[in-house]
Design a protein. Sequence first.
Length: 488
Amino acid sequence: MSIATEEKSVVETVPSQLLIGGEWRDATGGETLAVEDPATGETIAEIADGTPEDAKAALDAAVEAQAEWGVSAANDRSEILYRVFEALNDKADELALLMTLEMGKSIKESKAEIAYSAEFFRWFSGEALRLEGYYKAAANGAGRVLVLRQPVGPCYFITPWNFPMAMGTRKLGPAIAAGCTMVIKPAKNTPLSMLALAKLLEEAGLPPGVLNVVTGSSSGEISEPIISDPRLRKLSFTGSTEVGRKLIEQSAQNVLKVSMELGGNAPFLVFDDADLDDVIEGAMIAKMRNIGEACTSANRFHVASSIAGEFAEKLAEKMGALKVGRGTEEDVDVGPLIDEDQREKVSELVSDAVDKGAKCLVGGKAIDGAGYFYEPTVLTDIPDGARVLSEEIFGPVAPVKGFDSEEEAIAAANDTEYGLVAYVYTRDIKRALRVCEGLETGMVGLNQGMVSNAGAPFGGVKQSGIGREGGNEGVHEYLETKYVAVNL
């Protein structure tokens, strides 16, 4: 089978319609949406372009299925999740190719995401069996206290394009474990991975109406009738802080339970006692995972002044050696950015820094030709007013800035409205604890460049979000607590 034939075959196995109430159907009016390969700019699929009417129908289906699904056996919910965990691993090769075609990342990164995605289903298959309440004597001895955990009810999920499978499984997993029904709206750039996942869930025995998928070109038009409907009880969104604020405002109308995983501006702190080889390895993971298009991506490197120059040179050497190309090609490290708008934003941030006096050690420009490629870039001598220090880059650009004291490093790290994740490299355990406690973030990578873990609570503080995904805390986002006062 030729490469082109294999790619076409993988895409053709994915449903192109909406999933509503257990039926795959065209959008109302029959309109379609083009999905393109960001490495070539070519259309690879046409999928249903959902309407507000389709959104209402999807919520109707979720509401209708909630009563029965909410009291389903925990064993059944657990087994469905575990079957899809196995299916994701069995089909990892074709799913990774599909993801690379629609999102751009390398095949090896797509395979890593499939494995990561599957872990949420394995983790929450266990959590489905561990939903706890409690029973105890009242303090005055006159009665009993009974506490129940029950599913919150119909949920609406909006997922981003950068991790098109994993950002879905870490919402779907706990919702299914808790007994909630769902409507999900994947990003218009990368809907194919979610449609493929929905098909696997269907094949694993998820009942009709429990999961409904509405794809479309306008997230606002699809979301408005769902969020404004009083039957919806939960909203979970992963994306920009700007959009998250608007969704929180809309959710206030019906006092929805919300989970928001929003923007980041992750500081990467390097102290002078750190092992520089370990630091560079961690920096490459923290910066270049997913082409830098990740909310957890190291956005700015604050390095002890005594080693900042050496660090920057070593990082530039590593960044400059990365192979840029279409993610399907052999040994490619860096694929294209998602679209021209994103590439222009990255270009603007780099130009702003350079115009204000920053030095570009490697990279620094868009790559000519088809696709939305940008050179891996390292910047030094960055002035305080450069936008690259305060705005989320979402691309392969690493700004390096020195500091002279621990206090200065912590202050610089916290000088942002965001608070998702930070990275700290030091071999001094006392310093490590002081800095980790002093950072205003929901997560810290201590001497490692990766924090994502299905069994740990993922989320931020400040304007990086509300709530947690993953870990034991993740399933609690989909449960309500009911107290029953028992009279003896």
